[in-house]
Ligand binder design. Structure first.
Ligand SMILES: Nc1ncnc2c1ncn2[C@@H]1O[C@H](COP(=O)(O)OP(=O)(O)OP(=O)(O)O)[C@@H](O)[C@H]1O
Ligand SMILES: [Mg+2]
Length: 349
């Protein structure tokens, strides 16, 4: 059995339906109406020990709901979950010993007591041995740069400081598994990198299994080899990050700077219908530039540059490939559908 396993996992929320305004609220008191919202719609997921998995999808896709069920906060409506042999919502305490969770949107620290005291309280709750506690405190303080604010209460921390303290709090008891729900939300670039390095280190050094939810796709590229995409409560892709890239990063864009304008550049590519040409004069010193999109399996960059060079003087050029960010945006926009994704890799759709 895998370390984390779910079969047919579902969660249905009962949402109140209210008419707007005060009269609506009053009416709701007497004639309550509800509708069922299926947030997670039959998820099969297997995660092995030591894996680092990105769990992504548009707003409302069901990511946080899944993580809450895995961590034992929510009871599933249907289906099965086992985490390290335990059923999280039934064996909450035992499960809590094995997992750490960071929800970027809220803190598990106590608002009014110094961070140092919060961490000491968690040590007692999780019964972390003194040696482990001391070793982790020293390491985390250093790696996350916490010494400046350990004496402050959570209330007084900046967002980036709080997130680092929360990460330390979640990892204090050396959990086997860490759920990170948007751990870098709203952070500046430097803190973001610090947090990513820290997570990477935990995964590498201690073999901690990581399930990460994020809207910052840089996090994914930095941390995860496996990508699970969820949409409307269902998994639409589950496979290697690299496979998605190989399959969908076929498009290349060649940016070419010319010494003088080239009229009718399109005519150079009449025999290559998939090539598209855009003028990108943006008022910079490169007054005459073209962006040419092509498919790397149908044309080559050198052929395209050659064609342009035969009609104009090329000063400079550079090739762009689509980032994972762009590919996933296309999935969210519905430009890449589940069938295409499934065909690309070992998609489970
Ligand atoms: N406690 C709740 N009661 C009713 N509906 C809920 C509750 N929690 C979540 N939902 C609904 O379930 C759906 C999934 O929510 P969830 O928070 O899992 O999304 P998400 O993928 O984490 O999105 P985001 O990227 O915005 O964080 C949403 O439509 C949401 O409104
Ligand atoms: Mg969420």
């Amino acid at each position: 059995m895998s370390l984390i396993e779910t079969r047919g996992l579902r969660k249905v929320f009962r949402q109140a339906v209210k008419d707007p305004g005060l009269s609506g609220a009053v009416k709701h008191l007497f004639t309550q109406r509800y509708k069922d919202k299926c947030a997670v719609e039959g998820i099969d997921l297997s995660i092995e020990e030591g894996e680092s998995v990105a769990y992504v999808g548009p707003n409302g896709a069901g990511k946080s709901t899944t993580i809450k069920m895995l961590s034992g906060v929510l009871v599933p409506s249907d289906g099965e979950i086992t985490v390290d042999g335990l059923v999280p919502y039934k064996q909450r305490m035992e499960n809590a010993q094995r997992i750490g969770a960071v929800f970027g949107q809220r803190t598990q620290l106590w608002w009014d007591i110094p961070v140092r005291e919060s961490l000491a309280l968690l040590r007692d709750i999780y019964q972390v041995p003194t040696t482990v506690f001391k070793k982790n405190m020293d390491a985390f303080t250093e790696l996350l740069g916490m010494e400046d604010y350990l004496h402050l209460s959570a209330r007084k921390l900046s967002l980036g400081q709080r997130m680092r303290a929360d990460l330390a709090a979640a990892l204090l008891h050396d959990p086997k598994i860490v759920y990170l729900d948007e751990p870098t939300i709203g952070l500046d670039v430097a803190v973001k990198h610090r947090i990513r390095d820290f997570i990477k280190e935990m995964n590498r050094e201690k073999g901690t299994t990581i399930l990460l939810t994020t809207h910052d796709l840089g996090d994914i590229e930095d941390l995860c080899e496996r990508l699970v995409i969820i949409d409307q409560g269902r998994i639409i892709y589950d496979g290697k990050l690299q496979e998605v890239k190989d399959a969908f990063a076929q498009e290349r864009t060649l940016h070419i700077q010319l010494s003088s304008p080239l009229s009718d550049a399109e005519s150079l590519f009449r025999d290559l219908p998939e090539v598209s040409v855009k003028r990108t004069n943006d008022g910079s010193e490169a007054a005459f530039s073209l962006s040419i999109r092509f498919n790397r399996f149908r044309s080559t960059a050198s052929d395209i540059v050659k064609r342009v060079m035969s009609h104009a003087e090329v000063i400079d050029f550079r090739i762009d490939e689509p980032s994972i960010e762009e590919i996933i945006r296309r999935v969210y926009d519905g430009q890449l559908d589940a069938a295409e994704l499934a065909a690309a890799g070992k998609g489970s759709a």
